[in-house]
Each structure stands twice: as C-alpha cells, then as structure tokens.
Design a protein around this ligand. Structure first.
Ligand SMILES: CC(C)(COP(=O)(O)OP(=O)(O)OC[C@H]1O[C@@H](n2cnc3c(N)ncnc32)[C@H](O)[C@@H]1OP(=O)(O)O)[C@@H](O)C(=O)NCCC(=O)NCCS
Length: 185
C-alpha cells in the first residue's frame, strides 16, 4: 500500500524519472529531452530542499512527489548557481531559458515566498494521493510559518487547475500560457 513520507537523498533518481514521465510525450520517449526537463524542474528541490519535499512510496520506490522551495531568494540564487550551470554544459538554450524561470515567481515572492511542483506517475493518479501529498506539504509550511505558497500551471492543464482549486488555491493571474495560483497559509 503506497504511503507518504519525506523525500530522502536516495529518491533523487526516482524524482527525476517521475518528472520526465509526467512532462509529456517528447520527454517520455527521448531520454536526452527528459534529462534536461528533470534538471530544469525537479533536481534542485530533491537536492537542496528536502525538508519541504514529500514522496509517495511504493515498496521503497518514489512513484509521486510534491516538491517545494519555501524561500524564493534561496531558490533563485542556488538554482542558478547549480542546475542552470549544469544545463549550460548540456544545452545552452535550455540553460538560458532556465535562468529566466525564477522570474516567473519573483512578483509574488513577498506574499507567497514558497512555490511547488506536484506529479504522480499515471497509474497513481486519481486515487487521492495528490491530496495526501498536498496536505503533508501544507502542514510542514504552516509549521515553518511560511506565509504563502504558489505555483504556475499550464493554461491547458485544466485537470491540475481543478485539483489545485479543490486543495484551496485561487487563480491570481494568467499570462504567457501559464496560470498563477496561490494560497495564503
Ligand atoms: C494533478 C495531480 C497531482 C492530482 O493528484 P491526484 O492524486 O490525481 O488527485 P486526487 O485524487 O488527490 O484528487 C483531488 C481532487 O482533485 C480533483 N482532480 C484531480 N485531478 C483532476 C483532473 N485531472 N481533473 C479534474 N479534477 C481533478 C479530484 O476530482 C478530487 O476532487 P474531489 O476532492 O472533489 O474528489 C495528478 O493527477 C498528476 O500528477 N497529474 C499529472 C501531472 C500534472 O498535471 N501535474 C501538475 C502540473 S502543474
């Protein structure tokens, strides 16, 4: 029976795998594309923010995650220093795009200093595990007295938007193909 637990160092590869497998058909079939997407969207959190990352564990393997950076300033600095640098060695265009990624969260950093990513492998979706991961994270952020949490979701991912609304997030703004959703804690 799958259960929720804090992320550990050993989960890094599983977390990168889940990121790749939930990032669309191109990332699924092309390992190189998948690797760059994982490095862009998941590695930083699994490496540097484990206190606010939780996984869904089935037989010792992570099959879903919620990843969160609780402090925008730390995230922007360390992500650029490490993951953006690593990407530079693999693909300069992707590295430049990743360098701009933190700007998406910047306007919201005072009210909502934390941001998150959540993904479950296909066969674990729609069974309440996403809600359990979200509850674990929100409890932790409240304990840490973080004032607010936000995320950016693709405007076409209406299923995920519905999920976030059910979890208590409100839509703040839509721009450049993304929808910003946030919650005060
Ligand atoms: C989005 C995701 C994290 C939700 O987790 P989940 O375990 O599937 O969701 P749950 O079973 O906990 O559902 C919680 C609530 O959200 C709703 N919900 C979840 N996914 C939904 C969807 N695709 N469409 C509509 N409603 C949805 C459920 O109906 C449920 O509502 P209820 O409280 O009224 O019963 C998960 O489906 C997933 O990983 N999807 C693919 C990757 C993705 O889109 N990630 C988000 C990127 S921003």
């Amino acid at each position: 029976m799958p259960f929720i637990r804090p992320a550990e160092e050993k989960d890094l590869h599983c977390i990168e795998h889940i990121c790749r497998m939930t990032a669309g058909p191109e990332a699924k079939k092309n390992e190189e594309v998948g690797r760059k997407i994982s490095l862009t969207y998941s590695t930083y959190y699994a490496r540097a923010e484990r206190e606010t990352c939780f996984v869904l564990d089935e037989n010792g393997t992570a099959v879903g995650y919620i990843l969160c950076a609780p402090d925008y300033l730390k995230y922007a600095k360390e992500y650029r220093k490490n993951e953006v640098k690593q990407l530079w060695k693999i693909d300069k265009t992707q590295s430049i795009a990743a360098c701009f990624l933190p700007f998406g969260y910047l306007p919201f950093k005072n009210k909502y200093p934390a941001h998150l990513h959540i993904d479950l492998l296909d066969e674990y979706q729609g069974q309440g595990y996403g809600s359990q991961l979200m509850s674990a994270l929100l409890e932790k952020l409240k304990e840490m007295q973080v004032p607010g949490v936000m995320l950016i979701v693709d405007k076409n991912n209406t299923g995920a938007q519905r999920f976030y609304e059910r979890a208590g997030f409100k839509k703040i703004i839509s721009a450049f193909g993304g929808v910003v959703m946030a919650m005060e804690l």
